[in-house]
Design a protein around this ligand. Structure first.
Ligand code: HEM
Length: 400
């Protein structure tokens, strides 16, 4: 019988328990969805093969794209019109060569060197948030006060959102990414953000600054709608991912006090710890890894036919014992850089250097400046987004 999909996590520290069983069963497992069957890719080597992209498409326009399998009904005309508008510049959904046109323009904005220049600004934002937390007493919700706030401010800085508009921008973004928000409110928030970014592009076009948007405008390679779409993609791709990782990572380190103590004693260990945290949590899992075969091919000994949809289970690939020894153990010294938490191949996370810098600065600053930090709830009581798209905690009450 075909596997049902998606399956939910049941614990903040582990992928759904079914993943281990599926991974043992086969590298590709057939799953049933209301609109048709798809392949689930369970192991690390096959995950990389699919994400590497030969004979594989990521575009929802390719027949058989697996997103359509979630619903047996075609989109309404309004939904179809909205998708079309939001698809412009949303290059995560494009195949080469069109994908490369966008990617090439953006790569210089996210190099190691460019991110090194952004680090002092990120450090100032982290310090300011910790100052505010400490000034307000001896307890806080680490998700609201720090995890969500820091990536949101970093994105505002990157996109050039004026200081006065940050509250508006943050509140609409929160509504848009919160799975508990009413669907109509989420839809409205998406359009408000799109309108806001449209105004931002208008202002920047009149006087392009020496920032990401200004440089894209000055380059003259993208249309106005494409610019808005690119900004929107950077916002959604760069925000919730990092925001969910910060509290989960803090919780994991608090539950492994020996490893945290070693990092405090040797801050040079932080980059490796960040890689292990990314592998261990794999917060994106399959959500960005929808693909469709564009030719018949063999993957992991399985014939996959042209037009068949695939979901790569990133959280399963990152716990594959063929790629990681004792995969369920958390070990900041393991050298986990070959994880697929940022993907692999042409769509591999464009913002990965920035994400690494944000995580490292956020965690190091938190544990340096709040040495007595502790969580005030048992792990099993912590409200987690078991029903959400990208995994994370809804709240994390802490004291110091
Ligand atoms: C912990 C944080 C993050 C995680 C786990 C993450 C994960 C991912 C993954 C798995 C993909 C690949 C999707 C695919 O194969 O289709 C991706 C793509 C992408 N990410 Fe990230 N991401 C993070 C942070 C960021 C940040 C901070 C930014 C930028 C501000 C960003 C921008 C992007 C963009 C633009 C893409 C699309 C790349 C392309 O299609 O060429 N991400 N990310």
């Amino acid at each position: 019988m075909a596997q049902t999909f998606p399956v939910q996590r049941t614990c903040p520290f582990a992928p759904p328990p079914e993943y281990e069983r599926m991974r043992e069963q086969a590298p590709l497992v057939r799953a049933s969805l209301p609109g048709g069957d798809v392949w689930l890719v369970t192991r690390h080597a096959e995950a990389k093969q699919v994400l590497a992209g030969a004979g594989i498409s990521t575009s929802p326009a390719t027949p058989g794209h697996p997103n359509a399998a979630f619903s047996p009904d075609p989109p309404t005309p309004e939904e179809a019109a909205a998708y079309e508008q939001f698809a412009i510049g949303h290059f995560i959904d494009l195949d080469p060569p069109e994908h490369g046109r966008f990617r090439r323009l953006l790569i210089p904005e996210f190099t190691v060197r460019r991110v090194r220049d952004l680090r002092p600004g990120i450090q100032r934002l982290a310090d300011r948030l910790i100052d505010d937390m400490l000034a307000q007493g001896r307890e806080a919700d680490l998700v609201a006060a720090y995890g969500l706030a820091l990536p949101s401010l970093v994105i505002c800085q990157l996109l050039g959102v004026p200081y006065a508009d940050r509250e508006f921008f943050q509140s609409r973004t929160r509504t848009m990414i919160d799975p508990a928000s009413d669907p109509q409110a989420r839809h409205a928030a998406m359009f408000e953000i799109r309108g806001f970014l449209d105004d931002l592009v208008t202002t920047a076009t009149a006087a392009p600054g020496d920032d990401l948007l200004g440089r894209l405008i000055a380059g003259g390679q993208l249309t106005r709608d494409e610019l808005v779409g690119v900004m929107f993609l950077l916002l959604v791709a760069g925000h919730e991912t990092t925001a969910n990782m910060i509290p989960l990572a803090a919780l994991t380190l608090l539950r492994h006090p020996d490893q945290l103590a070693a990092l405090r004693a040797n801050p040079g260990g932080w980059p490796a710890a960040v890689e292990e945290l990314l592998r261990y949590h794999s917060v994106v899992d399959w959500v960005a890894f929808y693909r469709v075969a564009t030719e018949d091919q063999e993957i992991g000994g399985q014939l996959v036919r042209k037009g068949e949809g695939l979901f790569v289970l990133g959280a399963s690939a990152n716990r594959d014992e063929r790629a990681f020894e004792r995969p369920d153990a958390f070990d900041v010294e393991r050298g986990a850089r070959h994880h697929v938490a940022f993907g692999y191949g042409v769509h591999q996370c464009l913002g990965q250097n920035l994400a690494r810098a944000e995580l490292e600065i956020a965690l190091r600053t938190l544990f340096e400046r709040v040495p007595g930090l502790r969580v005030t709830m048992a792990d099993e009581e912590l409200p987690a987004k078991y029903d959400g798209a990208i995994f994370g905690l809804k709240a994390m009450p802490v004291m110091w």
